[in-house]
Ligand binder design. Structure first.
Ligand SMILES: Cc1cc2nc3c(=O)[nH]c(=O)nc-3n(C[C@H](O)[C@H](O)[C@H](O)COP(=O)(O)OP(=O)(O)OC[C@H]3O[C@@H](n4cnc5c(N)ncnc54)[C@H](O)[C@@H]3O)c2cc1C
Length: 414
């Protein structure tokens, strides 16, 4: 009798988690031994991370336990650091020992990059992991506490100044939500502070406009909201150096702020860079339209780690892309396990959503762009549906209701 095939999935983020769910439905009982390995025991819902950073959501609202997906399917979950993928010997090398495989699916996502800008790693706060979001929230709340006790006017202003580098969706949503936190929650709690005079939020980006990779009409909507919220956008400006409490730009300008947040971009995961597999010029794994790396049946990749070319352009590094790829990867994996040919995938973009303040958003569905309350409702509804499990959805909904009608979380807890 043929031995049961071993499948190892590296990374339980958007790609890995949705893949597990689809495989659970697509595989016959006992058809394959599936192991999911991740350094965390939860899948992080990054699109809502900025809401943890600004006190709208608690951390557990954006973290889905991975065993909720693996246990019902009788798949194995291993919480461990993946140190290497040895494609020659068909081993995933983890901190807890090697995992042999017949097929590996590589989905470890990407990592934050500061492009080697001096001081950026040291003095700016990233926003990629849950701990990053909590560190930003701590920086905001502790700055307000210190400002309340500060008697020197200049030091008070510096404490209440916030710089966000990167005016893509993460930077825009974070800036807008920060202002909401100030206005709705912190203003009544700090009557001794003059928020109109002393707080500032500056959004710096090298592009011509905010949301440089999104539709121009969404950028207009976002810019209007940011203007209304007194977020100062500084476009066409490259950061040259980050110092403790200030940012120096290539054109010689200096911006001062106690808190500097880096929302400036991602790069290829070092685990992927180190793999001895076929890669694109950005060092991501070059996959064919069936998600095979370099045409190999035993190595597949998806999500941020995969360079999937469509119409001569790589698909963007988005959760939406990873989630839509996962069912196609699951289907192809089942085909490969059964000795059948895989089916090519074609990506169809679903649209873009951007949260703008407490009751507004921007949405692009097809070629239609709209804003206001309707877009806000679509935005909230979409994320509610996307979050996994009934408990996750109920938590998100109740926390949103609490934050909307009452104040946000302003306790500076770890
Ligand atoms: C703050 C933020 C906001 C975003 N907002 C949006 C948005 O609104 N819309 C959108 O479409 N996209 C958004 N994105 C992009 C989106 O998060 C990514 O495109 C998406 O997560 C990619 O999915 P993935 O499965 O490839 O990787 P991930 O979801 O990042 O999952 C990778 C998994 O691999 C694990 N892992 C990595 N390396 C190792 C290792 N060596 N050992 C063990 N485990 C490892 C990680 O712990 C993680 O669980 C956002 C990203 C960020 C950072």
């Amino acid at each position: 009798m043929e031995a049961t095939k071993k499948v190892v999935i590296v990374g339980g983020g958007f790609g890995g988690l949705h893949l597990v769910r689809r495989l659970a439905r697509g595989l016959r009982p006992g058809e394959a031994e599936v192991t999911l390995v991740d350094r965390r025991n939860y899948s992080l819902f990054t699109p809502l991370l900025y809401q943890v950073a600004t006190g709208e959501l608690p951390s557990h609202a954006v973290a889905a336990p991975l065993r909720h997906a693996t246990a019902p399917a009788a798949f194995r979950f291993l919480q461990s650091e993946v140190e290497a993928i040895d494609a020659e010997r068909r081993l995933v090398v983890t901190a807890d020992g090697p995992l042999p495989y017949d097929h590996v699916v590589i989905a470890p996502g990407s990592v934050t990059t500061t492009y080697g800008i001096p001081g950026a790693d040291r003095y700016a706060l990233p926003i990629k992991e849950l701990a990053d979001a909590l560190a930003v929230r701590h920086a905001v709340l502790s700055s307000f506490e210190r400002a309340a006790a500060e008697t020197d006017a200049a030091r008070k202003k510096a404490l209440l100044a916030f710089i966000i580098v990167g005016a893509g969706p993460v930077g825009v949503e974070l800036a807008s939500s920060l202002r909401d936190l100030f206005e709705r929650t912190l203003r009544p709690m700090f009557p001794q502070l003059d928020l109109d005079r002393d707080t500032s939020i500056v959004l710096i980006d090298g592009s011509e406009r905010v949301l440089g990779n999104m539709d121009q009409r969404l950028a207009w909507l976002a810019q209007r909201t940011l203007d209304r919220q007194r977020v100062r956008v500084v476009p066409r400006t490259y950061v040259a150096e980050v110092l403790p409490g200030s940012v120096r730009t290539r054109d010689g300008a200096r911006f001062d702020a106690k808190t500097i947040i880096w929302a400036g971009g991602v790069t290829t995961n070092p685990l992927v860079v180190a793999c001895d597999l076929v890669k694109a010029s950005d060092k991501r794994l070059l996959v064919d339209h069936s998600f095979r790396v370099g045409g190999r049946d035993d190595v597949l990749a998806l999500g941020d780690a995969a360079h999937f070319l469509q119409d001569s352009k790589p698909l963007p590094q988005l959760a939406q892309v990873a989630v839509l790829q996962a069912p196609a990867v699951a289907r192809n994996l089942v085909h490969l396990l059964r000795g059948e040919s895989p089916v090519p995938y074609r990506h169809r973009e679903k649209g873009d959503l951007i949260a703008l303040g407490r009751t507004s958003a921007g949405a692009k569905l097809g070629n239609v762009v709209f804003g206001g309350l309707l877009a806000w409702t679509v935005w909230r509804g979409y994320y509610l549906l996307r979050l996994s499990g009934a408990r996750g959805k109920a938590t998100l909904l109740s926390e949103w209701i609490l934050s909307y009608f009452f104040s946000r979380t302003a306790a500076d807890t770890p």
